[in-house]
Write a protein that binds this ligand. Sequence first.
Ligand code: F6R
Length: 240
Amino acid sequence: MNITVAENYSQMSKKAAEVVEQVILDNSSAVLGLATGTTPIGLYKELISDFKRGKISFKNVKAVNLDEYIGLPKTHVQSYAFFMKSVFFDHIDIDPSNTSIPDGMAENLDAECARYTRLLKGMKRDMQLLGLGSNGHIGFNEPGTPFDSTTYVVNLTSATISDNSRLFGSIEEVPKKAITMGISEIMSAGKILMLASGRNKADAVYSMINGRISEECPASVLQRHPDVTVILGRDAASLL
Ligand code: F6R
């Protein structure tokens, strides 16, 4: 693992943008696995600003997201489809038909998981961006998820529901289920870019990097990936 500790959130986001931009400079038709959440917002802002300055183009880039809540329509402000459009895609030159996210409103969720698994098999991701759950989750792969998992419907843990309730009116409004890319699919990306900031991530960061590789800390599986870049804020790195 290549680990960098940034001075602050802004530096973390700038360094992350350099990594993503290098992937696109190496391959203008790169396939990027993307994440939502609070952590990558600064990275997306940097990429938008570099796009507007003409430094980078997403014209031929394909994007495939990690996960989506079940039961939130794409128009719901907390759906990940809405997040990706409003925070990133609407501000760059990516072709909307080159973006994919699981459909959390699908009538047949098993069929939707199978569709996403097929999609991922047919698309070699150059890079997968990840954030880290305070319980060590990656995507929505909660502690205990088998490392050989492919896209599936997950029951979110109470820790994740509580963490994410900050973005909803109340904890009752947080969906209890999501569709997530599985751990084996995350691991099949050519490169992993993991970002974490905030003191509440410090324990999970420690377990991811220094802990035993165990399904109890899903992120610890990254120790087995040959090309992982971890960029941390100071607080998140405080136990290393
Ligand atoms: C988001 C995702 C999650 C988040 C993680 C951290 O698509 O898959 O694993 O990356 O929950 O979330 P934030 O960045 O909000 O702390």
